[in-house]
Design a protein around this ligand. Structure first.
Ligand code: ATP
Ligand code: MG
Ligand code: FE
Length: 353
């Protein structure tokens, strides 16, 4: 089975040909980073226009590199949410046009389900159930992957996503956009204990169900939730204080200290859930899963507990279309199809269709 995956939810125009849901024959990614760097972040209208300019070329390259033509394809998989509406529409329209012209099935894919599915590419024997921490620019979710495309959400960020915090702190210390990879690099030269930062735990009180949040109080949610805005504010406060007192700031030390605090929160929460649920396999997904300190810490924490740890190569952590082709395959073999009325859904929730 050959599936063409298409991804255009944010600032990457991507296409990929995936064979039998596991073998990536091509993986073309056209990044708009240079364009958006000028503005310090993604400008939605510019993103949509760039997707239109690039998408045909990206698809042509993906087919060429895979050595196939549109006639060889069994289905088209495309991200239809969540993301920027104008950006999503480019991919969705393109996918519909190809599926209609070639009379093949169209499968709309949830972007975050795609991120999780990236793990199947390099772990051919990985199958649900497993636990997955999804850590991206817009999401921080701890989920049980019960089956292909079937999730139980155990925890989520109550404020900023981890990637968002990386990007904001990077901007504040002058590293620019996109922040994650730059903090990762700068942190290698820094001391993770140089700047004292709070560990952004949701307090145990709230976790135990007697705290402020109603959801937490009735015990329905909270135990594995994340929070990153306090940590982000503490970092910004530190920078302001240094500016006012004339203290010199080490970019590398702030990067390393901030990164360590994020990693601690991500690992601690993950391992608490993994122990509670007696998880045998733990995976990470999303752009922040490419972070070298996180990968190291997670590997060690899982190793200590005898848990198998899976993670995608960095190129499959950040946005790509291979992961969309993989996710589409598992829907396709279940008989799931999208109609010609498939639309972009900017705030699509995980587990929704
Ligand atoms: P979402 O997937 O939630 O819709 P997105 O598609 O914008 O959001 P991704 O492409 O999955 O997010 O990931 C991008 C995020 O990952 C950015 O916030 C970026 O800073 C972060 N990131 C990328 N590489 C690294 C790294 N090495 N260390 C930390 N963060 C990183
Ligand atoms: Mg991106
Ligand atoms: Fe993403």
């Amino acid at each position: 089975t050959l599936i063409l995956g298409i991804e255009s939810s944010c600032d990457e125009t991507a296409a990929s040909v995936v064979k039998n849901g596991r073998t990536v024959l091509s993986n073309i990614i056209s990044s708009q980073i240079d364009l958006h760097t000028l503005y310090g972040g993604v400008v939605p209208e510019l993103a949509s226009r760039k997707h239109i300019e690039k998408i045909n070329q990206v698809i042509r390259l993906a087919l060429e590199e895979a050595g196939v033509t549109l006639d060889d394809l069994d289905a088209i998989g495309v991200t239809y949410g969540p993301g920027l509406v104008g950006a999503l529409l480019v991919g969705v329209s393109e996918a519909k046009a190809i599926a209609w012209a070639k009379d093949i099935p169209l499968v709309g894919v949830h972007h975050i389900e795609g991120h999780v599915s990236a793990n199947y590419i390099e772990h051919p024997d990985l199958e649900p159930p497993f636990m997955c921490e999804i850590i991206s620019g817009g999401h921080t979710h701890l989920v049980l992957v019960k089956d292909y495309g079937e999730f139980e959400i155990l925890g989520r960020s109550r404020d900023d996503a981890a990637g968002e915090a990386f990007d904001k702190v990077a901007r504040a210390i002058g590293l620019g956009y996109p922040g994650g990879p730059k903090i990762d690099k700068a942190a290698r030269e820094g001391n993770p204990h140089a700047v004292e930062l709070p560990r952004p735990h949701i307090t145990n009180e709230i976790r135990e169900g007697s705290g402020v949040s109603k959801r937490a109080r009735d015990g329905s949610e909270g135990k594995y939730d994340f929070s990153f805005s306090g940590l982000k504010s503490a970092t910004l406060n530190y920078l302001n204080k240094c500016a006012m007192t004339g203290q010199t700031v080490s970019q590398a030390d702030v990067a390393a200290s901030f990164q360590q605090a994020v990693v601690d929160e991500l690992v601690e929460n993950a391992m608490r859930a993994a122990e509670d649920y007696q998880t045998e396999t733990f995976a990470i997904a999303g752009g922040v899963a490419a972070n070298s300190a996180l990968r190291r810490a997670m590997k060690e924490a899982c190793g200590k507990r005898g848990i198998r740890f899976c993670y995608p190569s960095p190129i499959f952590c950040t946005d790509n279309a291979a992961m969309i082709g993989v996710a589409a395959y598992y829907d396709y073999i279940k008989g799931i199809r999208s109609g010609w009325d498939l639309n972009a859904v900017p705030n699509l929730k995980l587990g929704e269709r």
